[in-house]
Design a protein around this ligand. Structure first.
Ligand code: GDP
Length: 282
């Protein structure tokens, strides 16, 4: 479950990441392919201090492939190596290993030129809660190592996982907070299930999601909920979905909270099709 970030949490998380950074040659930053801007940590760039970075757009199976390509070009334009990954796809996991080596190569060559004995590059995975850090670590380790779930306060002895002969990976990820300086960012992160539903109202998140879908993917709403494409009234939209799904109160009215839950579950689990909530240039 996503954790709530307070200034104390942030300072501690930052310190923990900075400690681990001393041990590695490069980092693998995970962002959510459905919201690659909002799911970045606002401070990472500064903390990294020019350490090489591979950006991985996780959950690409849930994201709009056209938008994912735009995001990949965007990162490339910024001089960053970026790839899109669906953790269930073995080809994608191989691509992570290959790209990680490419990102590390310059640094390792430099070390060798300075006289350091050749060794496997060392990496850590960094990202906001729920972005897929533990899942990816497990995949790369091809066995269960990292605990799924977020416990930024827990410190355990660091261990290195050998990812084939290619690189070594810290077995615990660096956990940092997302951007949430703007309200819309909070809504995007809530819509994809990255921040706790209790922080924003479930109905407000669902309204945000439905407005976005109406604007950007109207046909998905027609297909899944048999909505009239021209319907603008949010109350009517809730009503239609509620009646379709039979979420009725004893008096016959629609249970709005339940409708909100249904819409958000559908969105988060990809039942409304692949969706990306932000463009590189918006
Ligand atoms: P962490 O908090 O960053 O360690 O995130 P987890 O590894 O616990 O993953 C959070 C959720 O995202 C889990 O339910 C994973 O199964 C899911 N997840 C991770 N990667 C992917 C992916 O590529 N595609 C999809 N659809 N789900 C993923």
């Amino acid at each position: 479950m996503a954790i709530q970030w307070f200034p104390g949490h942030m300072a501690k998380a930052r310190r923990q990441v900075q400690e681990k950074l001393k041990l590695v040659d490069f980092v693998i930053e995970l962002v959510d392919a459905r919201a690659p801007f909002s799911s970045q940590n606002p401070m990472l760039h500064q903390i990294l201090n020019n350490k090489p970075k591979l950006v991985v757009l996780m959950k690409s199976d849930l994201a709009d492939p056209l938008k994912t390509n735009q995001w990949l070009s965007h990162f490339k334009e910024q001089g960053l190596k970026a790839i899109a990954v669906d953790v269930k796809n073995n080809k994608d996991i191989k691509q992570v290993i290959k790209s990680a080596n490419e990102v590390a190569k310059d640094k390792m060559d430099r070390l060798i030129r300075k006289g350091v004995r050749p060794r496997a590059p060392r990496a850590m995975i960094i990202g906001i809660p729920n972005v897929g850090k533990s899942t990816l670590i497990n995949k790369l380790a091809s066995k269960k190592v990292a605990k799924t779930g977020d416990r930024p306060g827990v410190t355990t002895a660091q261990q290195w996982i050998k990812v084939k002969k290619d690189f070594e990976l810290l077995d615990t990820p660096g956990i940092l907070w997302p951007k949430f300086n703007e309200e819309i960012i909070g809504y995007r992160l809530a819509a994809i299930g990255t921040i706790k539903d209790q922080i924003l109202s479930l109905q407000d998140i669902a309204i945000f999601a439905l407005e976005f879908l109406k604007e950007n993917y109207p046909e998905r709403l027609v297909e899944r909920y048999q909505l009239d494409k021209t319907e603008k009234d949010m109350e009517k939209i809730f009503e239609t979905i509620g009646r379709l799904r039979g979420t009725l109160e004893s008096g016959g009215g629609v249970k709005n909270e339940k409708v909100a839950e249904i819409v958000l579950q559908d969105l988060r689990q990809g039942r409304l099709g692949p969706i990306t909530l932000e463009d590189p240039n918006s």
